[in-house]
Structure formats: C-alpha cells, structure tokens
Design a protein around this ligand. Structure first.
Ligand code: FES
Ligand code: FES
Length: 161
C-alpha cells in the first residue's frame, strides 16, 4: 500500500449491512465494492459512465459506481446485484433473465438486472417504452435487448402487483 495516499473513513449500508471502512480518497465506489468488499458482481468495463455494467442503487436511484467517489457514498444506502437474491434463491427478475435467454456472455447482466429492479420498484407495470428507457444506460454487446426486455415485462406481469 502507498502510504502517501490519503484515506478517509466512511460508513455505508450495503445490501442491508452497515460497513465501516477506510477508503483511498481517489478510489471510486466501484473500486471499493470490488476490491475492499469483494462484491465483484458489479462489473468494471468502460469506467467512464457509458456502459452501465457497474450499475448500483444508491439511496433509491441507479448510478454508475465507476463515476462515484467512494467518499461521496459516506452515509448512503446501497443495493448491489448481490443484494437481490435472498437466501441463495434468485429473485423472480433474475430467474426471468435466465428463462428468457437474456444472458449470453453475461458481462452486462448484473447492471441490466439492477437497472430493471430499480425500474420495477418505481413502476411495477412498465410499458415496453418504459423498459427501453429504464435500461437505456445499460449496453449489451451480445445484443440481447429483446430477451432482456421480455424478461422484465414478464416479471412485471407475473408479479400482479
Ligand atoms: S464501467 Fe461504469 S459505466 Fe461502464
Ligand atoms: S450478455 Fe454479453 S454483453 Fe450482454
């Protein structure tokens, strides 16, 4: 570790658990999730806010974790892809991604699922246009958009909320 690097304490609630840690001031939230907390579901890809592979929910709103400094997350509550399954069981949304063949290489999928989860929390009955808008910030190089959209729409239908 470089001793010249300034570190600051932060306290963050991650998937329901309070975590207190010291972070380097120049590290992003994505760095801290992956390297300090071993939550590697959020993917490291473009690192400039273009692809959405690192999407997490911060105080109820989706953000690209590569664009947020870890110190900015002090005092917030975060949900990452690891927080969506409960007791080792996939959420209905995660299962729908599998059922509808929305997963090819899988690299974009954590970010897609987190964005879709946030969308369905805000809008339990989205139209196809709402879904398109909800995942517009999540790129899929495998081109699975149709299957991903179907998975989200069918999850909304099945929830009957
Ligand atoms: S890695 Fe964060 S948006 Fe691409
Ligand atoms: S499934 Fe490969 S990038 Fe989306």
């Amino acid at each position: 570790m470089n001793d010249d690097v300034q570190r600051l304490p932060i306290s963050v609630t991650v998937n329901g658990d309070e975590r207190v840690l010291e972070v380097a001031v120049h590290h992003t939230l994505l760095d801290v999730l992956r390297d300090d907390l071993a939550l590697t579901g959020s993917k490291e890809c473009c690192l400039v806010g273009e692809c959405g592979a690192c999407t997490v929910i911060l105080d109820g709103r989706t953000v690209d974790a590569c664009l947020v400094l870890a110190v900015e997350a002090d005092g917030t509550s975060l949900t990452t892809i690891e927080g969506l399954a409960s007791e080792g069981r996939l959420s209905p949304l995660q299962a729908a991604f599998l059922d509808h063949g929305g997963v090819q290489c899988g690299f974009c999928i954590p970010g897609q699922v987190v964005s879709a989860h946030a969308l369905l929390q805000d809008n339990p009955h989205p139209t196809r246009a709402d879904v398109d808008e909800g995942i517009a910030g999540n790129l899929c190089r495998c081109g699975c958009y149709e299957q991903i959209t179907e998975a989200i729409l069918r999850t909304a239908e099945a929830s009957g909320r």
